[in-house]
Design a protein around this ligand. Sequence first.
Ligand SMILES: *Cc1c(COP(=O)(O)O)cnc(C)c1O
Length: 405
Amino acid sequence: MNSYHFDKDLTLQEPLPEESIRQAVAVLRSGRLHRYNTTAGDPGEAALLETEFAAWAGKKYCLACASCGSSIYMALLAAGVKAGDTVLCNAYTLAPVPGALFNAGAIPLFVEIGANHTIDLEDLEKKAALGQSRFLLLSHMRGHSADMDAVVDICTRHNLKLIEDSAHTMGAKWNGKKSGSFGLAGCFSTQTYKHINSGEGGLLVTDDPELIARAIIYSGSYMLYDKHLSRPDDEIFKAVRLETPNYSSRMDNLRAALLRPQLGELDANIERWNERYVLLEKGLRDIPGVVCPLRPEKESYVGSSIQFNLPGASEGDIRRFLAANEAMGLHLKWFGEAEPVGFTSTYESWRYLGGQTQLPQTRLILSTLCDIRIPLTLSLEDCEQIVSIIALAAHQTLPANLRDH
Ligand SMILES: *Cc1c(COP(=O)(O)O)cnc(C)c1O
């Protein structure tokens, strides 16, 4: 009875640029894959990527890491988080974020999210005012930026050090300022499903000389920090080198070689993502019962995924809705499952943290939150087909009272 059959793979990324492949082959031919295996005239791809990314981000320093999760963990430690310290964090995020908190020995104090999926500023203000924490780890989950003017204001008034998880906001801006540049440190991911692709990888940026010195040593510099181009003077390292362990979380020259050419293509790709996003968003907004989060005018986003809620839908409604989409070949992610499925785990399942789990507002939003990746391998026609499928599934499965808005 359904005439649609969607057969695109939503996990399929585009091939890497030829220049990335050429540079990577050059690294392979040299045998110098380890970032510190350099020669007099050649600082290595990792060191070059760091200077280029710091310049791109508008920050003084950058460290290339094994993953964004490891860069968050090292940023927390380098910012001064000690075992047992409380860290404020929005409750809606990806599993590597609670993992990084756990790794740092931090105790999270989760903050609610609001209707548009970003941190609830009132709850943040309230929890910051408790005075239990000196840190905010803010995760721009699924590419949504909070009101960063307000966040920075709260951090300033309550003396909170801000660390941004910009894994999904590389290239996004708030009021013209780049995501990841608002706080003490910003962390980015170069994992395959983010905005530049080296399989795995992370980039930590900061203006703080002591933080970057500690992070470089944490990442496993074997005291070869003088091989970094993006770094402060030796004096800064001397002050911290013997009190900073080696956590072996470096990026290698091969992955850095893949990334450098992609940085130059990022802006063009952001336009392509947003072309798809705008089309999907417009289509989804026209479907009765489906609500997309509002994107404030000050936010310039990278639409590499799209989210929507089905307000008022019961678990049964959602399961029927998801099944109808699935029957037409469209697999949607849903953040309402009790147990983690794929990347959609929620704060309730991070039991190792032993933190609070009473976040009724976040629970309610997640219970009807659906998600679709937007890889650039999707054509605009594919996006139109996705809208048609979701419209039909909503029509077939959502109760009439949810559809009459
Ligand atoms: C992907 C992602 C991470 C972790 O990135 P890795 O490089 O896989 O460690 C963290 N936070 C968010 C919001 C992400 O999307």
